[in-house]
Design a protein around this ligand. Structure first.
Ligand SMILES: *Cc1c(COP(=O)(O)O)cnc(C)c1O
Length: 342
């Protein structure tokens, strides 16, 4: 008997379910560059409403929502404050420099999380030698930080600093629903704290494509032109937006299952002699370090032989990600494989 591959590389590897595909087939569509796709409009409005923000903009990827957002908030010779391992800096091809001609002030976070004091100290004083600080950007959950979540009081303190300095606060919320489900925080509170939010539908929510950028109506109008120059103006995109609407309706609460499975994996890993450290698991990401006697390539090849795939995340660092297409039977197979490796 052959088993399906257990793909723990990322929560982006999910495939649409028959029910999601059916919702896509049924979607009413139009030309969205003319603003005539009812399903795209419905997705943008629904996502914005959930976060208590005015408007949304559907884009093909989270990289695009982030980079459009940054371009709209900044200009050349200005600066973005962000964490040193943040996705917008590390994993978006240097897009801040390329698209926006802006600089970055990189701060070391606690598993990716910044404090209000750190951010305030990084805001540039008036001086002809400096770029002008134009944006503060946070990431929640934090990918490189192992899916860590901000506590609400810290977010409120960060928003207070941003408001006092009249700086917009952006959230890279690629996995914001994981954070909301794990902490029980209210999405509308995020709309009060953040000026703009990027939400991914193609991560834990299981849609095949798409992210939504949220903000004020005037801001989103400006972003529409930037999306167009980046080549992100799509036509009958309602077929894709329908998958996002389906995901918002059906796949948010179930993220708790992914979090439970991630904790279970972390416990199994912590008990293995070849694992030196497992980052605290708060959501669906499990980052762990192998001992020097267990080379990462060997570990990954062993898993591959057992039909299990994982990501290398740095020297001797491995990442497991739980998602919609990982069930308890697959988890048991991973646990067995881990236990049989010496
Ligand atoms: C995945 C991800 C993005 C966006 O990635 P795309 O692949 O471009 O959709 C942005 N931020 C974080 C933290 C991510 O994990």
């Amino acid at each position: 008997m052959t088993h399906p591959t257990v793909d723990l590389r990322s929560d982006t590897v999910t495939r649409p379910t028959p029910a999601m595909l059916e919702a896509m087939f049924q979607a009413p569509v139009g030309d969205d560059v003319y603003g005539e796709d009812p399903t795209v409009r419905a997705l943008e409005a629904e996502t914005a409403t959930r976060f208590g923000l005015e408007a949304g903009l559907f884009c093909p990827s989270g990289t695009m929502t982030n980079q459009v957002a940054i371009k709209a908030h900044t200009e050349p010779m200005s600066e973005v404050i962000c964490e040193q391992t943040s996705h917008i800096y590390l994993w978006e091809v240097g897009g801040i420099a390329f698209h926006s001609g802006a600089s970055v002030a990189l701060l070391p976070g606690d598993r990716g999380r910044l404090t209000a004091a750190q951010v305030e100290a990084a805001i540039r004083p008036e001086n002809v030698h400096y770029p002008i600080t134009r944006l503060i950007s946070l990431e929640n959950t934090h990918n490189r930080g192992g899916g860590s979540c901000y506590a609400l009081p810290e977010l409120a303190a960060l928003a207070e600093v941003a408001q006092r300095h009249r700086l917009p606060l952006h959230l890279d919320g690629a996995r914001v629903f994981n954070a909301l489900v794990a902490t029980g925080q209210d999405s509308r509170e995020y709309g009060r704290l953040f000026d703009t939010i990027s939400v991914c539908l193609s991560k834990g929510l299981g849609a095949p494509v798409g992210s939504v950028l949220l903000g004020s109506a005037a801001y989103i109008e400006k972003c529409k032109r930037i999306r167009k120059v980046m080549g992100g103006g799509m036509r009958q995109a309602g077929y894709l937006a329908a998958a996002g609407l389906y995901a918002l309706e059906h796949n948010v609460a179930r993220l708790a299952d992914d979090h439970r499975r991630a904790r279970q994996l972390a416990e199994a890993l912590a008990a293995r002699p070849y694992v030196t450290e497992v980052l605290p698991v708060e959501t669906n990401l499990v980052i762990f370090r192998l001992t020097d006697t267990m080379p990462a390539e060997h570990f990954l090849a062993y898993l591959e032989q057992h039909g299990i795939r994982a990501s290398s995340f740095g020297p001797q660092l491995i990442r497991f990600v739980t998602h919609l297409d990982i069930d308890d039977a697959m988890l048991a197979r991973v646990e067995t494989a881990l236990a049989e490796l010496e």
